[in-house]
Design a protein around this ligand. Structure first.
Ligand code: ADP
Ligand code: MG
Length: 224
């Protein structure tokens, strides 16, 4: 277990007593540099699993270990720092802050982690270059295309060098062609780091580019 970046052990989730189990005794272990696709129809529980993995929501039963540490024993403060420093999130909708530029949006998680402004700015510039936005540092989200906004969101997720990237249909709002280019850039970045990722997607073509594929159906997780 210690070599796993994250493991979910017998995790179940029921939103309320009258509801069915969205996750029913699910176990998943993700090793270093593993790139995992999470497939499943709408409503199957992909977001639920990612929220539990990212400590944004709590499972009804079972345990979540991050780098071998049981998160159940962590205080809220510890979990907040773990999220900030170790986990990067990319959502289907970019959730960029509209009143900040692309560069500032990428700097914010670093400033929250008390990185100096100078260092945060240099790193944000580097990350935006990596996602091919060197010419858009000072643009506001409203001045960027959908694909560009999602690239900024990816750069922001990588700001604090997370060990785990959790992405919830990150290309779901993009046209098919843009989805492929954004996704290919993400895979290229991933291949240069030891980061692991769980990426929820409806897109089998994209999922086939990853190391492993899992399907959620009827609360169970099946390796495909
Ligand atoms: P997916 O991301 O695969 O579309 P979700 O994880 O969002 O699926 O949802 C799985 C199931 O859990 C759905 O039936 C959904 O209605 C339910 N669900 C999701 N979030 C909540 C919530 N906060 N409260 C109650 N039910 C929820
Ligand atoms: Mg979802």
């Amino acid at each position: 277990m210690r070599n796993n970046i994250i493991s979910l052990n017998n995790v179940s989730k029921q939103y309320s007593k009258k509801d069915a189990f969205v996750l029913n005794d699910v176990s998943l272990a993700v090793g270093s540099s593993e790139f995992i696709a999470l497939l499943g129809p709408s409503g199957s529980g992909k977001s639920t699993l990612l929220h539990i993995a990212g400590l944004l929501d709590k499972q009804t039963s079972g345990d979540v270990f991050i780098e071998g540490k049981n998160t159940a024993k962590m205080s809220d403060n510890e979990k907040t720092f773990l999220r900030l420093l170790k986990i990067g999130f990319v959502y289907q909708y970019h959730h960029l802050l509209q009143e900040f530029t692309a560069l500032e949006n990428v700097m914010l998680p670093m400033l929250a982690a008390r990185v100096s402004t100078k260092e945060a700015k240099e790193k944000a510039e580097h990350l935006l270059k990596t996602v091919k936005l060197d010419h858009k540092f000072d643009f506001f989200p409203s001045e960027l295309s959908g694909g560009q906004k999602q690239r900024v969101a990816i750069a922001r997720a990588l700001a604090n060098d997370p060990i785990l990237l959790l992405a919830d249909e990150p290309t779901g709002n993009l046209d098919p062609e843009t989805a492929v280019t954004v996704f290919d850039d993400l895979t290229e970045i991933m291949s240069k780091t030891k980061m692991s990722a769980i990426i929820a997607t409806h897109n089998y073509e994209l999922a086939n580019k990853m190391n492993k594929k899992y399907l959620i159906a009827d609360g169970k997780l099946l390796e495909k």
